[in-house]
Structures are given as structure tokens and as C-alpha cells.
Design a protein around this ligand. Structure first.
Ligand code: MN
Ligand code: MN
Length: 481
């Protein structure tokens, strides 16, 4: 990528050394305008779709608007032809969208995977109880979070209750302006000094103290033993026709209701919940939906997964064989002769980007980062060769060859990007879905995503230049040769 003209440093230095530049100043006026519009669309998604289920619904709606057709594994196994747009959905929590390419999948596929779940408070299986004049919901935190950050903020209740006859009841309370919200109370500072003062970070609020206010009025039934609890059960029954036992077959979560907002006088950043990994999910979704250059050379796809924050387990996590099943289904519909060898050739020749966020260097906590390798907010989407922790444990570690390929692709399309790692060695670490695909498919995968501040908090921060750069990067990847 061409360097910005500046007078600092010698010519030889400029020729030989590498320095990532801030991306915004590299965009043309037209690109800046496009970036601003893109970010506005992104903020609608972020505010509207907050759980994996809501995000699948959102993705399906926009995909249908772009002419994508839903197919099911093995059903009406009609042949597909180059240019056909299809998608698969798994249990309402995964969606994968493909555009069939000119070349057979045995020659390669371009796939981007991201995750749509994010840290939140799930309701326990029997959540409602009463104490000291309140009805409360017991919660069980999901994913890695600083629990105290999810107290004293407004939370919406969202999810699904399934009755024993199979009836599905969708619950969504707290997103509309006149909806009530919920909140986990924290102890007032006046009484907290001794009680909480010496607690460590993870226990400032302990897991069993993460109880959300559900109500504070007694039911009119004076004979009832627990009138506060009964009042909540009675409202739920009136609104949704459910009883306390129905809550055992439910997935209900409390998620921050804070609406996405621009941050900074220059509106250079977006603040909002669920940008890990809603940001990369949305960019990857748009990259496939907006691919308008006729028929792509290779079959391209975006897959959006669940359960990343808890280890990618279960049928809807990235370790599930669902993706392998739809990959093979697509392979057989797209004219490749069914044989194990063809399947293996197609799997191992897939090229993938694991689109997940990484840490942006935090200006107030520089000591946990390595300033030489940390991603800087505003310098573009980040290629992260490896993640993991300690001595590179649990890392996918993309090959040098593949990182070389990807940087070539981005450079050729003048995408501003940077390279980065998550933090200082031994400071901590993290993983993504990258390794599950590289292992199951024996294919090349590299992590590449948006750097965030406040990751896993109710108000994560992404730079608008990084969001748009990510969109350009994923779009370039889809048309790579
Ligand atoms: Mn995460
Ligand atoms: Mn993530």
C-alpha cells in the first residue's frame, strides 16, 4: 500500500520500513461519504438485532430482498448454476449465504465466517423469585464479561419460550421507547466501601448477585403466598400465555438496550453493544449481499455462527458439523461429482477469513499491549496471523503463504489495513472460530477483523474507518483470484 507523503524520515527508510497509516485520510471524498452511509446502515442493524436469533432473522430478511433463496440440506436437491444465490439456516441461530461461482468448488471457495452471539445475561431455568419487596430474575452470565459492567444499565428481555406442545412464543421487551426495561442493581457506594472494596474484578458483583429487577408490585390475589412473584408470572401469562414451568424450555436473555450512537465530536466512532462480533458479521453479510460484479469466479459465502463466546460448542457453534453438511450439500448441487476425494479437494482448497474483532490499543492501558504489534483504532481492518495465549496455545496461526496471499489481495484493491496481535505475550489472550475450520477442512484460514475498545462491555467502540475498511477488505477477498 502506498505510503502517505510526509517529510519525516529518509527515502531509504520509507522504502524499506513498514508503517500503517490512518485509514480515513486515505479515503477519497466519495469513499468517505460511502463510509458514512454504510456506518448508518450498520447502526440500524446493531440496534435492531441483538442476539443470534434476531440477527439470523435480520440477515434472512435482507438476503431475501437481494434475491437469495433458502434451501435445506438434501431437500429438493435441485442443481444450482453459477450466479445462483442461496442460504441455509440452522435452528434459527446460524445462517450461511452463498453465491455459486463460475469454477467448480474443487478449485476453491471464498468463505468468511463470523459469530453473532455476544456476552450477555441469560435467565436461569427457573428465574423468577421474590425478596424484600421485589420480584427478580436470576441470571447466568454468558461468555466472558466484567459482570459489574452489566449492572446499573438498562437491559431488554429477548428470546423464545417453547411450550410442551411445540408452540413458540417470541419474547421481546425493552427495545421500544415505551417498553419497560430491566436492570441488575449494584450496591450504593455509601455502603460498598467495606463490603465490596476488597473484592477482585471478577467478584465486584458475584455471579449469584447478578439478579435483575423484574417488578415491585403485589398481585391482587391476597391469598397467594408470593404476591410479587405471582404478579410477574401473571403478567407473563397474560402477555404470552406461559406459566412458570414453560420457562424451563426457554432461551431468554437480558441484553443492553443502549442505542448505538456516534462517539466523539467528529463522529469518528460507533458505540454500542454486540459489536463483537456484530461488526464483522454485518460487514461479511454486506460483502456477500452487495457482490454485484456478475458471477464470481469462485463460489463465495458468509457464515454467521453462534456460541463463539462459550467455546463454539453445540449444534449451532462453529465446531458443529453443520457447516460441513451444507458445504457438501452445496458441492453436490453445483455439479461436482460425488466422491470422497472431490469432497476433500474442495474442503482443503477453501480459503477463509475468520472475521472477528480484536483489541484496539487502549490509550489509558498501554502496558498490556505491545505497541509494536498492537492494532490502532482508525488504521483499518486488522490481519491477525495468530491469536491464542501464552506460547501460542490454542492458535490457528495462518501460514506465511496464506497471509502473503491475503495482503496481496487487499493491496491490489487499495484496502487500508494493518497487522496486529491481541496484546502482550502472557498478558492474556483469546481465540476465534478460525481453528475449527482450518482443522476440520484442512484449509487456509486467517483472522481479520475490526479493532475494538471496550470489548465485551455494554458499549463497545469501533472506528468508522475500520468498519468501512473491513467491508472493503471482505469484498476484495470475495473477488480474489
Ligand atoms: Mn468475544
Ligand atoms: Mn469475537
Amino acid at each position: 500500500m502506498a505510503e502517505l507523503k510526509d517529510d519525516k524520515g529518509s527515502d531509504l527508510e520509507k522504502k524499506l520500513s513498514y508503517k500503517a497509516e490512518f485509514a480515513w485520510s486515505k479515503f477519497s471524498d466519495e469513499q468517505k461519504k460511502a463510509a458514512r452511509n454504510f456506518v448508518l446502515d450498520y447502526m440500524v442493524f446493531l440496534g435492531e438485532a441483538r442476539t443470534e436469533r434476531e440477527r439470523v432473522t435480520f440477515a434472512e430478511r435482507v438476503a431475501q430482498g437481494k434475491g437469495f433463496k433458502r434451501i435445506e440440506i438434501g431437500q429438493e436437491a435441485n442443481q444450482l448454476k453459477p450466479g445462483d444465490k442461496v442460504y441455509y439456516i440452522n435452528r434459527g441461530k446460524n445462517i450461511a449465504l452463498f453465491i455459486v461461482g463460475e469454477k467448480p468448488m474443487t478449485e476453491g471457495t471464498r468463505f468468511i465466517g463470523a459469530h453473532m452471539d455476544y456476552p450477555r445475561l441469560d435467565l436461569k431455568i427457573r428465574p423468577v423469585y421474590e425478596k424484600d419487596g421485589f420480584a427478580l430474575f436470576k441470571t447466568h452470565y454468558y461468555g466472558g464479561l466484567k459482570k459489574y459492567q452489566f449492572a446499573t444499565v438498562p437491559l431488554a428481555l429477548t428470546g423464545i419460550v417453547v411450550k410442551k406442545d411445540g408452540t413458540q412464543v417470541l419474547v421481546n421487551i425493552g427495545h421500544e421507547p415505551d417498553d419497560p426495561v430491566f436492570t441488575v442493581p449494584d450496591l450504593l457506594i455509601h455502603l460498598a466501601r467495606n463490603y465490596q472494596g476488597d473484592r477482585k474484578m471478577a467478584d465486584v458483583l458475584k455471579a449469584e448477585e447478578m439478579n435483575a429487577l423484574a417488578g415491585a408490585l403485589q398481585n391482587e390475589d391476597e391469598k397467594a403466598k408470593e404476591r410479587f412473584k405471582l404478579n410477574i408470572l401473571s403478567i407473563l401469562n397474560e402477555k404470552y400465555g406461559i406459566t412458570e414451568e414453560d420457562l424451563h424450555s426457554a432461551e431468554l436473555s437480558l441484553v443492553p438496550t443502549i442505542a448505538p450512537r456516534f462517539v466523539g465530536l467528529d463522529k469518528s466512532m460507533v458505540g454500542g453493544a454486540g459489536q463483537d462480533d456484530g461488526s464483522c458479521s454485518y460487514l461479511a453479510l454486506r460483502a456477500v449481499l452487495d457482490l454485484n460484479n456478475g458471477i464470481p469466479a469462485f463460489t463465495v459465502g458468509t457464515g454467521l455462527f453462534d456460541k463463539e463466546e462459550t467455546g463454539s460448542n453445540g449444534p449451532t457453534g462453529a465446531q458443529s458439523s453443520w457447516f460441513r453438511q451444507i458445504f457438501i450439500d452445496l458441492l453436490s448441487r453445483s455439479g461436482v461429482k460425488g466422491s470422497l476425494t472431490n469432497m476433500h479437494v474442495a474442503m482443503s482448497s477453501m480459503k477463509m477469513i475468520s472475521a472477528d474483532v480484536t483489541a484496539a490499543l487502549d490509550p489509558s492501558f498501554g502496558s498490556v499491549h505491545d505497541s509494536q504489534t498492537a492494532a490502532i483504532a482508525g488504521k483499518g481492518v486488522v490481519i491477525e496471523k495468530y491469536s491464542g495465549s501464552g506460547g501460542k496455545y490454542g492458535t490457528n496461526d495462518a501460514t506465511a503463504e496464506y497471509v502473503g496471499f491475503v495482503r496481496g489481495v487487499f493491496d491490489a484493491r487499495k484496502v487500508p489495513f494493518q497487522y496486529g496481535t491481541l496484546g502482550q505475550v502472557d498478558a492474556g489472550g483469546g481465540g476465534t472460530i478460525a481453528m475449527f475450520f482450518s482443522q476440520a477442512f484442512n484449509c487456509d484460514v486467517v483472522d481479520c477483523g475490526v479493532p475494538l475498545l471496550n470489548m465485551h462491555s455494554p458499549f463497545e467502540i469501533a472506528h468508522i474507518a475500520d468498519l468501512y475498511s473491513g467491508y472493503l477488505a471482505y469484498s476484495a477477498f470475495f473477488t480474489s483470484k
